[in-house]
Design a protein around this ligand. Structure first.
Ligand code: ATP
Length: 209
């Protein structure tokens, strides 16, 4: 699972998903847009539009799935609920991974039921060149004793571990910067898939009104 706002999806998300799948030999990576992210403001465009952009971005990429399960759930989009629904589908023996970027990881101790995340999945933290801060104390306590750098040992168990990964193509691309560029009418070429850019332009998304 790679959850997020995807407001909009960009090559940092997509390339990370492809490289995660290869690095961990995953069957598939579910990219799951949040309807109502609990820890941030309202996204700029509707959930349906963010999902449409995600689907366009993924296209026919093998192993990547645009998963809309959070969009049909009432209330805040808690990752613990999403992992629980994946776990129910896949069974207790499946190896489940929740991937997140270093910026999102830094706030993990503030998430809803953070211990429960480790009961349901491994956490894999992807390094981002534009986010480098050290771990807060509450987070260090939360992850104490869980970290491993041995992918095979980690993936021999269904859940409970923490792995930090530096993927080959680290990209300093963020949706915040994309929204800023789009609002100012600046180019976003080569920062997101062409089909996503075309849809944004055709539908006049992220323009300053
Ligand atoms: P924003 O700038 O609006 O906060 P974002 O670009 O960080 O957005 P999100 O939708 O919040 O995108 O990210 C979903 C997940 O993907 C998060 O775990 C985030 O850390 C991760 N992620 C986002 N951009 C990158 C990137 N360039 N490289 C690796 N991981 C990324």
């Amino acid at each position: 699972m790679l959850g997020g706002t995807f407001d909009p999806v960009h090559l940092g998300h997509l390339r990370s998903a492809v490289e995660l799948r290869e690095a961990l030999a995953l069957d598939c990576v579910h990219l799951i847009p949040a309807k109502a992210p609990p820890l941030r403001g309202e996204p700029s465009v509707s959930p349906a539009e963010r999902l449409a952009l995600l689907r366009l971005g993924i296209g026919d990429t093998p192993g990547l799935v645009a998963d809309d399960r959070e969009l049909w759930r009432e209330g805040p989009s808690y990752s613990a609920d999403t992992l629980a629904s994946l776990r129910e589908e896949l069974g207790s023996e499946a190896r489940l991974v929740m991937a997140l970027g270093h910026d999102a990881f830094l706030r993990l101790a503030d998430w809803h039921a953070p211990q429960r995340l480790f009961e349901l999945a491994h956490l894999v933290v992807v390094d981002r060149p534009d986010h480098q801060a050290a771990l807060p104390v509450a987070l260090r306590d939360l992850v104490a004793g869980r970290e491993s750098d041995d992918v095979d040992a980690l993936m021999a168990r269904p859940a409970g571990g923490l792995l930090r990964l530096r993927l080959p193509s680290r990209m300093a691309i963020s949706a915040t910067e994309l929204r800023r560029r789009l609002a100012r009418g600046l180019s976003v070429r080569y920062l997101l898939p062409e089909a996503v850019e075309a849809h944004i332009m055709d539908h006049n998304l992220y323009r300053r009104s």
